[in-house]
Design a protein around this ligand. Structure first.
Ligand SMILES: Cc1ncc(COP(=O)(O)O)c(C=O)c1O
Length: 451
């Protein structure tokens, strides 16, 4: 009765999988926020190094992982795949549940899988400093970790509510050498504009992105980095699914359903995209993204062109969106509070290749505690959405008396999120369903595009 499926370091993938050639239709253009016209690589150069811009539009199915990146990846990759025997027994389900655990990275989540290559390509291009944003602090700490390995400075604009509620994530970023600024801040025009309207603003991911983009665009030696959403970020995360496939082979199993939580889409893409090609080749496998009902981008948003940030400085992309000025309620899964979604995940949801569902936060914490008591690991609140999805699938299998193989991504641990668990155990959390009328109000401010 094997519990852990482990690979050797020589089995770390040598190439990332790029889903673009396997999309059911052509990719939608990315538009310039000022002109509404398709962006050129030159438009993006103030923000990103050419190595990443090329990956953003690459039509190659397999892209080589540089040796320097694989060398750092060896610090925590390959990550383990677990068979959740104890959770299966606790649920009394005939389903076989597997989870890929990304909490073994130094920052505690999947985010370093893309932070390391992003830092690498910036170093190659001569970047001195990286400006980025962070919601709950997972991405900021991963970027701080990776950048200092390549001798780069980092400025992190951290959503103010998290800056105040998550002092230890801030400490991690500072320990790895980053400068951390509460957003909205007086440092940028975008931050000053928000503070003028609302001096007590608690911030949002959309605002923090605006500040980081402005910082990069106005400093010659600085580039911007995003921890999710973009095509190259989703591609870097495919090491998760590629390893999981090798590990499932060792287990002699093949998934009926692959599940990930969904914020901007990167960890979900990481586990699910390598199965898209199998699905296109006729294999029966469901791909399920689970998002919070308080930020229901894929399930209640509209598939349309919108800005990636609040101050309309980031490119306009076609994605599921709740509107760029969407103000998320203060749920504890801070990493899932983004108004938009990866254009690649969005296109696949729209084409019916990927399914999405929304779940409430109390049900997620209930699932996380059940998981922690059976399997031991305390999950990040974000990852608990995937666990809720997996447990619901396993309970359905039990009801139907059917065997089912479930694979989910446990994207991170929750060791720095214990305040959220305290609140849950004290009965202080409630559920919030984002009202459809508010989505419609936000969507009235979508950009007018001629496409
Ligand atoms: C542990 C963890 N899981 C999931 C997410 C959601 O991001 P994404 O949808 O890009 O994977 C985050 C974001 O911060 C996170 O920290």
């Amino acid at each position: 009765m094997q519990t852990k499926y482990l690979l050797g370091e020589d089995q770390i993938p040598t190439h990332w999988y790029n889903v673009i050639p396997d999309l059911p239709g052509p990719m939608n253009p990315v538009l310039h926020p000022a002109t509404g016209k398709p962006v050129t690589p030159d438009d993006l150069l103030p923000l990103f190094p050419m190595g990443l811009i090329e990956q953003e539009v690459s039509q190659e199915r397999w892209v080589k992982i540089p040796d320097e990146v694989r060398e750092i990846n060896r610090l925590w990759r390959p990550s383990p795949l677990f068979r959740a025997h104890r959770l299966e027994r606790a649920l009394g389900t005939p389903a076989r549940i597997y989870y890929k655990y990304e909490g073994v990275s130094p920052a505690g989540s999947h985010k370093p899988n893309t932070a390391v290559p992003q830092a690498y390509y910036n170093k190659l291009a001569g970047t001195k400093r990286i400006a980025t944003e962070t919601g709950a602090g997972q991405w900021g700490s991963s970027m701080a970790l990776a950048a200092q390995m390549f001798g780069l400075q980092v400025t992190v604009y951290m959503v103010k509510v998290s800056f105040e509620q998550k002092p230890y994530r801030k400490s991690m970023m500072q320990l790895w050498g980053a400068e951390v600024i509460a957003s909205p801040s007086p440092r940028t025009g975008a931050g000053r504009a928000i503070l003028a309207q609302d001096p007590a603003s608690q911030g949002s991911l959309g605002i923090a992105i605006s500040e980081a983009v402005e910082d990069a665009a106005t400093h010659e030696d600085t580039r911007y980095a995003l921890g999710s959403v973009l095509n190259h970020v989703c591609m870097h995360q495919t090491v998760i699914g590629l390893e999981a496939k090798q590990q499932l082979k060792l287990a002699g199993d093949s998934p009926d359903v692959v599940i990930g939580c969904h914020g901007g889409g990167s960890n979900f893409a990481g586990i699910a995209f390598p199965f898209v090609a199998d699905k296109a080749a006729g294999k029966q496998v469901r791909l399920l993204a689970v998002e919070p009902s308080s930020c229901p981008t894929l399930t209640k948003g509209e598939f349309t062109f919108d800005y990636g940030d609040t101050a309309k400085m980031a490119p306009i992309v076609k994605m599921y969106t709740l509107g760029h000025d969407f103000m998320p309620p203060g749920i504890h899964a801070g990493g899932l509070r983004y108004h938009g979604a990866s254009p690649l995940v969005s296109q696949l949801v729209n084409a019916g290749v990927i399914e999405a569902k929304a779940v409430g936060q109390t049900g997620c914490f209930e699932a996380a505690v059940q998981f922690a008591r059976a399997e031991g690991i305390i999950p990040a609140p974000e990852s608990s959405h995937a666990i809720r999805g997996a447990i619901d699938e396993a309970l359905q299998a039990k009801q139907e008396g059917k065997e089912k193989v479930i694979l989910f991504n446990l994207s991170g641990h929750g060791h720095v999120d214990m305040a959220a668990y305290d609140a849950y155990l004290a009965g202080e959390l409630d559920d919030y369903e984002y009202p459809a009328a508010k989505v419609q109000e936000s969507l009235r401010k979508l950009p007018q595009v001629a496409i």
